[in-house]
Ligand binder design. Structure first.
Ligand SMILES: CC(C)(COP(=O)(O)OP(=O)(O)OC[C@H]1O[C@@H](n2cnc3c(N)ncnc32)[C@H](O)[C@@H]1OP(=O)(O)O)[C@@H](O)C(=O)NCCC(=O)NCCS
Length: 435
């Protein structure tokens, strides 16, 4: 369903309006200008075409805003909102992602991104999205209530020189048929089952991997991995014609029961051994896989975390922690039931010095989340500020880690030290959006 909304005047000269298919060249032009290119590149155009003129599984054109000069029709700024489904401890939650944020140089620092972001936050709340996230440049988005709260790009790399001869050869071929895509979906779901927070991918998402425009920078090779013509898993990697020396691999998963240790060298070899390239590949960048992926656990000798690998984190904004925790309460209840707190009755009161405070009542394996009003700044079991709550709730950091890194932005009582690790254990998460 395409959402309908009309132009909104920002002042006498400027207005925000929804982008349409007719804006492709101008939208691409804003991105090009924002990044200092002379005019839209084929990649700028392909991205805009795929978003605005073709069906997309996580985006519809009404969710792209453009800021336009009313007198001339010139576009000055653009960004868009995609809708994703994540799982939190196995429970589905809807999340928005603000993407492709650009303002042309001569219109910067005029509040254009702020105005569009505030509009998208309003949409997010109207549509019941429990969080919005941004895969964005350092620091800027803290201005809009975001905190770096989920790991991104921490995965290892592999050097072609160091790869041993694979004991089991693995063949990689395009995943095209419904049967292939079923293998991909099953292997992905198997990998996601061990994650705290994961991106839920459905059949249209996998089909979309095969239909992006050739020049779209998000085009990937979706590959089924086989041994003796039997599928063992899949890989999602930058296509052979699209990288220089290092090939980026976004996903690599095996079907249940397939051994990582035995098959990883063959998989890596398959990703390095390409057919279309004249030049050999120097190595693989598995950054998107994140830290602690089963491949890394099976072969820490092969996969190394280079000290200067690009690392990052997702900016996350959870404007209504009560709503968020209510949405994921079934996951909290499962954690409680599996813990030494099962059978106990209590309340974890979380004071957010700069936001909504919340109480979590637990009774045996039942959870009730409610807003809570602290008496003073010392009230509560866990007291946090500055977006730290999202880091704890998403399992990105423990209270102890935050004590070390954010002195004076967090305090916890003994009761919190017992309940928080049960309700919010730290662990691996992996978000692989469909762009
Ligand atoms: C980053 C960018 C999108 C900001 O757009 P903009 O329309 O100038 O942003 P706004 O005027 O709405 O500013 C939003 C906030 O960020 C601050 N800000 C923006 N650019 C900044 C900069 N370069 N340095 C410091 N602060 C900056 C503003 O002061 C403002 O904060 P305030 O409302 O508290 O004053 C724009 O500079 C750009 O297109 N840069 C190149 C492309 C890019 O980096 N895109 C982001 C990819 S994730």
């Amino acid at each position: 369903m395409v959402r309908r909304w009309g132009p909104i005047d920002l002042d006498d000269d400027l207005r925000i309006r929804p982008a349409t298919g007719d804006d492709v060249v101008d939208v691409a032009g804003v991105h090009a200008a924002a990044w200092g290119r002379d005019g839209p590149s084929p990649a700028d155009l392909a991205r805009a075409i795929d978003l605005l003129q073709r069906p997309h599984p996580t985006f519809e054109p009404g969710d792209m805003t453009v800021v336009e000069e009313r007198a001339t029709g010139r576009l000055l700024s653009v960004q868009h909102l995609s809708i994703h489904r994540w799982t939190y401890g196995g429970v589905g939650i809807d999340v928005g992602e603000i993407e492709h944020v650009s303002t042309v140089p001569d219109a910067r620092r005029g509040g254009l991104v702020r105005a569009q972001t505030e509009l998208m936050h309003r949409w997010a709340s109207e549509r019941g999205l429990v969080a919005t996230v941004i895969n964005g440049i350092p620091w800027l988005y803290t201005k809009f209530g975001y905190e770096l709260s989920l790991e991104k790009w921490w995965g290892p790399s592999v050097s072609a020189d160091e790869l041993p001869v694979a004991p089991i050869p693995v063949n990689l071929r395009p995943a095209n048929s419904p049967e292939d895509l079923d293998v991909v979906a099953r292997a992905y779901a198997h990998g996601a089952a061990e994650l705290l927070v994961a991106y839920e991918r459905n059949a249209p998402h996998w089909r979309y991997e095969n239909v992006r425009s050739d020049d779209n920078p998000w085009r990937r090779d979706l590959l089924v991995a086989e041994v003796d013509h039997e599928p063992i898993g899949f890989a999602l990697a930058v296509p052979e014609d699209r990288f220089d020396e290092i090939r980026q691999v976004d996903a690599l998963e095996l079907l249940p029961g397939v051994e990582w240790r035995a098959h990883l060298p063959g998989l890596l070899d398959g990703l390095l051994r390409t057919t279309e390239r004249a030049e050999p590949i120097e190595g693989l960048n598995l950054g998107w896989l994140g830290r602690g992926h089963p491949a890394e656990r099976a072969h820490p000798d092969l996969l190394t975390l280079a000290p200067h690998t690009r690392r990052g984190a997702w900016y996350v904004r959870v404007p209504d922690p009560v709503g968020f925790l209510q949405a994921v309460a079934p996951a909290l209840e499962r954690r409680l039931a599996d813990s030494n707190l099962s059978g106990a009755k209590g309340t974890l009161r979380i004071q957010q010095w700069d936001g909504t405070s919340v109480a979590i009542d637990y009774d045996r394996s039942e959870i009730h989340v409610r807003p809570w009003q602290p008496r003073d700044m010392f009230d509560g079991d866990l007291r946090v500020a500055g977006g730290l709550l999202a880091q704890i709730v998403l399992g990105y950091r423990s209270v102890e880690q935050l004590y070390e890194s954010h002195v004076y932005r967090i305090t916890a009582t003994q009761a919190a030290s017992e309940a928080v690790p049960v309700l919010f254990p730290t662990g691996r998460s992996h978000i692989l959006p469909v762009y």
